[in-house]
Design a protein around this ligand. Structure first.
Ligand SMILES: [Mn+2]
Length: 282
């Protein structure tokens, strides 16, 4: 599969500066299924994407975007974690900008552990409707409901857009590093306030359900009151301009038949993040 239908020149493994690792795992979701089909739908939509980005006046595809073979492990959440963790460790030995696409949010656990071991003082910036801080759920610590529990213990975790959680997660939450959806709605001051709390190296994990279901209905657990496109883009642009984003993942796209706009949003978001990462600005 090729992002943006790029010619060989801009998608071959060795010359591409950007590598895209897909992990189409959907084993622990409990409500809406289908995030195992998310990557394929995003790639399909990306073929319709205009590759010139107006905002950054750039064509980031020229750096090369290579899709690695998917990590296909799906026997158990534990095995997925082990495989993702060891693969990410390997990928981090190369001088590439690493990006990941789910699958469900549990795939981020192994990725974040590997990034944490490479980057001292890592910040993980989580955009998500859900806190995902449970230590264990349905008998495993690698359930999607636990996606950021370990990160909360080992890195500087900032959470943005949260609007759904269980009271049992409160003891694992540092509220000074949480920007709840209800508090940031219609406001902008929170953006700089959150960035102030970030270390230099930032890993970004985006659960697509952080977006409002009006623009992103294709997730397993859509929650009302989510973020909209321009609010999210102006925030992420600030993050990319002021910090060193060392990698990112996008998870939980569960495509719905007949709804192409959300798949396209995911493809556009992916390309936007790359455009911000490699933006040349004064
Ligand atoms: Mn979520």
């Amino acid at each position: 599969m090729k992002f943006g239908n790029l010619p060989e020149e801009f998608s071959n493994r060795e010359n591409s500066q950007i590598w895209l690792q897909s992990i189409p795992y959907d084993g622990t979701s409990t409500y809406g299924k289908g995030s195992d089909k998310g990557f394929e739908a995003m790639i399909h939509a990306s073929h319709e994407l205009e590759l010139y980005d107006i905002e950054t006046n750039s064509e980031v595809y020229e750096r090369g975007i290579h899709c690695l073979a998917p990590i296909a492990e799906n026997k158990s959440p534990e095995l997925v974690f082990e495989k993702v963790y060891s693969e990410t460790k390997n990928l981090l030995k190369r001088d590439k900008f690493l990006t990941f696409f789910g699958g469900e949010h549990s795939i981020s656990i192994g990725v974040i552990k590997a990034f944490h071991e490479k980057f001292d003082k890592l910040t993980v910036l989580q955009l998500d409707a859900h806190a995902d801080l449970r230590p264990e759920y349905m008998g495993t610590q690698y359930n999607h409901a636990c996606a950021l529990h370990q990160a909360g213990q080992i890195v500087n975790l900032l959470q943005v857009g949260i609007r759904s959680m269980d009271s049992s997660e409160l003891e694992f939450m540092d509220k000074s590093k949480v920007f709840f959806a209800q508090d940031i709605h219609g406001k902008t001051e929170w953006m700089d306030a959150s960035i102030k709390q970030m270390t230099e190296d930032v890993y970004l994990t985006i659960d697509l359900d952080v977006f409002d279901p009006s623009i992103m209905p294709s997730t397993g657990t859509p929650e009302p009151g989510g973020m909209l496109w321009y609010q999210t883009m102006s925030y992420l642009k600030k993050v990319f301009r002021t910090r060193n984003v060392v990698g990112f993942d996008i998870v939980e796209l569960a495509p719905k038949k007949g709804f192409t706009a959300p798949d396209f949003l995911a493809a556009k978001l992916y390309y936007k993040l790359l455009s911000y990462k490699f933006e040349d600005y004064d």
